[in-house]
Design a protein around this ligand. Structure first.
Ligand SMILES: [Zn+2]
Length: 448
């Protein structure tokens, strides 16, 4: 099919109809070709919440339970072993980042924050300021569907929320695919997140120590891999596997922790600096004597200074906190700016060195786990692109942020990226046939 026609069809159906009408005059043959046209490319975006990259290594290691379908995607696709998330590394903020191609400073979903105007702690819920890749696709006349990818609720043509394990979501996805494959389909599964937090989730039980937690996570991944295999088989049976790009990634990893909370020691660092720090929970208001509000989103903390802090004092406090053995790292506001973190997330981020933690409760029996820090176990996520338009068998070691997902999906669909996207197209993953339609305007790699 001529490149021009493919391009027109994929971009907007209204334009396509006009083109067909015009061409009908000059060429009956071309008209028939256009009428029979099916989309050249489908993109399935799968996000497994809390898919720490290591789970894959544990599952496929000798003696592990295996993950043959993921291994197939990796060996036939482009694997990004150093993919990473942003700040805060929490579910909705990062799910939104992957689908908008932008960090929280742009989309405004920050998990939870202290709101100075109301003097209260607020949660972002599903707030999102900007366009998602589904809306960008719809604007270009493409069809979109989401199986429980909640960021796209009300933003995709079709949205279903079957609940349950990933197997059930694959069954719903196959129903959608069989009734007419949308050009963009998102599928969300949170089995790994539920098991990883080490509570009671989707039939898994808490592990009592990290080695058994690791075994549990490898076996959960192996189960999800089988469900992924069911989806891939469905695509093969329908004869659209070769035209489908699969992108599978995650929003954050998972870091186990245990023992007493290091929050009392952290608070003492503030008092030594002459500051009264107060830990706030939901619906709390700070006392009038408070200088710094501390908000925990799990195992790390966000700090909000209520009075002007001069640079030297701030640097001295950050340095003394960073030197503590239970601290994994400290970022001040200017450093958070470089990571695309919203000002709502506070003036300072402090995360623990595992197994230490700043949780509200001590963990004196068993293992807790969370993912809001900057330890690699929380920030390094699995990411693979495989199938139509993707180079085969390449491992791209370059650290790659999850905000590159939406611009890359856009390129593969032949549409403009979401309006607020600051991520890049992952050119290194794309084959020469990545975009048969050819986009209107895509410059060279933009600066992050
Ligand atoms: Zn999550």
């Amino acid at each position: 099919m001529p490149r021009f026609l493919v391009f027109v069809c994929r971009r907007t159906r209204a334009v396509a109809l006009a083109a067909v009408a015009a061409l009908a005059i000059s060429s009956q043959l071309l008209l028939l070709t256009v009428g029979a046209a099916e989309p050249e490319r489908f993109v399935i975006y799968i996000n497994w919440d809390g898919f720490r990259r290591d789970y894959f290594d544990w599952a496929v290691a000798p003696g592990g339970p295996g993950a043959p379908n993921l291994e197939g995607l990796v060996s036939q696709g482009a694997y990004f072993p150093n993919a990473y998330t942003g700040v805060p590394s929490v579910t909705t903020a990062m799910q939104t980042s992957a689908l908008t191609g932008a960090w929280p400073e742009t989309h405004g979903n920050v998990g939870r924050h202290y709101d100075a105007a109301t003097n209260m702690v607020k949660v972002s819920g599903r707030f999102n300021n900007v366009e998602t890749v589904a809306e960008a696709a719809a604007k270009a006349g493409l069809s979109t569907a989401s199986v429980q990818q909640f960021v796209l609720q009300g933003r995709a043509d079709t949205y279903v929320q079957p609940g349950g394990r990933f197997e059930r979501r694959v069954a719903e996805a196959l129903k959608i695919i069989e009734s007419g494959m949308p050009e963009f389909l998102a599928i969300y599964g949170d089995d790994l997140d539920a098991a990883g937090h080490n509570g009671l989730g989707y039939g898994t039980l808490p592990s009592l120590a990290e080695p058994s937690w690791r075994r549990k996570m490898a076996s959960e991944l192996s189960r999800m891999d089988r469900a992924l295999g069911t989806l891939l088989d469905g695509l093969r049976k329908l004869g659209i596997f070769e035209r489908t790009t699969i992108i599978l990634t995650s929003d954050h990893g998972m870091t186990p922790y245990w023992g007493r909370s290091s929050m009392p020691e952290l608070l003492s660092q503030f008092s030594r600096a002459g500051l009264k720090a107060e830990v706030l929970d939901m619906d709390d208001q700070p006392s009038s004597a408070t200088d710094a509000i501390i908000l925990s989103t799990g195992m790390a903390v966000q700090v909000y200074f209520l009075h002007e802090m001069d640079r030297a004092r701030l640097d001295a406090l950050a340095a003394s906190i960073a030197a503590q053995p239970y601290v994994g790292g400290v970022l001040t506001r200017d450093e958070l700016d470089h990571l695309g973190t919203s000002p709502l997330s506070g003036d300072m981020l402090v995360w623990p060195e595992p197994p230490h933690h700043f949780s509200a409760k001590d963990v004196l029996f068993g293992v807790g786990a969370n993912h809001d820090g900057r330890h690699r176990s929380s920030t390094n996520v699995f990411m693979v692109l495989s199938g139509a338009g993707i180079r085969q068998g390449v491992v791209i070691e370059e650290p790659t942020p999850i905000i590159d997902v939406a611009p890359t999906i856009s390129y593969l669909l032949g549409i403009a990226p979401p309006a607020g996207a600051t991520g890049r197209v992952l050119w290194s993953a794309l084959s020469s046939s990545a975009n048969p339609g050819g986009p209107l305007t895509y410059g060279v790699d933009s600066e992050r």
